[in-house]
Design a binder for this molecule. Sequence first.
Ligand code: AMP
Length: 364
Amino acid sequence: IMPGTEQAGEVTRTQHFPDHKAGFKLMVELLAETKPAGGQGQLVVRAIGHRVVQGGDRFKEACLVTPKIVEEIRELSALAPLHNPGHAEGMETALEVFPGVPSVAVFDTEFHQTMPRHVYLYPLPYEYYTDLAVRRYGFHGTSHRYVAKGAAKALHRDLAELNMITCHLGNGASITAIKNGECFDTSMGLTPLAGIMMGSRCGDVDPSAVTFVAKQRNIAPEKLDVIMNKQSGLLGICGRNDLRDVHEARANGDEMAQLAFEMFIYRIQKYLGSYYAVLGRVDALVFTAGIGENDHLTRAAVCQGLEHMGFKLDVAANAASGRGTRRVSTPDSPTAIYVVPTDEELEIAQLTQALVAGCFLESS
Ligand code: AMP
């Protein structure tokens, strides 16, 4: 809801804050200025949903935030150093600024907790798993679940009976194989670096390529992390990380941009092939996020040549500009292909609402 108005919408304010608490306080002020839809009364914050990137092995599902939970989320920081410390700080601030208002932690890794052990383990010495918790966790789980539910709804089918491949293609990108409504495998791993090629992340490479470069160039592991996360992917190949810029360069005859796009598409197709192989039947292929929702060229290139797997794109429906959930496969396509706009905030809000409603029921 926009402050001072009766209209639904978003407010974006770019400002420097010394810490999370200061930023959170501004949000509280904006909410205080905000009128509920209809313009009557005041907005009351009944619950707060927090997105948490890394829940590790510890968190199988969303949970109410307590100081102990905050500590446990902080302890997982080694597995998500860029995210979990900030999440913990945000939760502490929420508990302080809104005493008595329940906070709920929703984990990006949660949807992927159903992966079987033989899928999530790496063939490294087993002690790295038992001692260091090194395994595939997967990310973007909230988005994969949200769009899977959206596709099931569009198909008028129960998610629990569907096999799907969901492609979250944004600046960060991941692909998930869903079997009977549950995550079976996903392309990201211990960190959000693994899987397909991304805007500036390399995705899967031979690990020895990395140790070879490190030795040859005498590069420290921390620097390697920066190179693989921020200087690789589309950016590393053609100097551009936004796919719109890559397309523009391709249109101007830039060969490296063309190469980067071909690499990007090929790597997605390889994942689709391997997930098709393990699922056996794919009821829906779903595209979402910045690229998946907006870029018909990517969707067309990904599906081209995969008709033999049952992915028959309707060229006109795919190229038509549209918003909202839409089917872009031919009526006779064995696999229904959908574009489903993701909404992680809504998914977090709904999970929060469900959990908080449950806890009010329990306490009443
Ligand atoms: P996200 O991380 O989901 O916000 O996606 C961001 C990325 O989506 C950008 O870096 C672009 O590469 C891509 N993107 C957004 N809009 C378009 C568009 N209209 N056409 C092609 N790519 C787009």
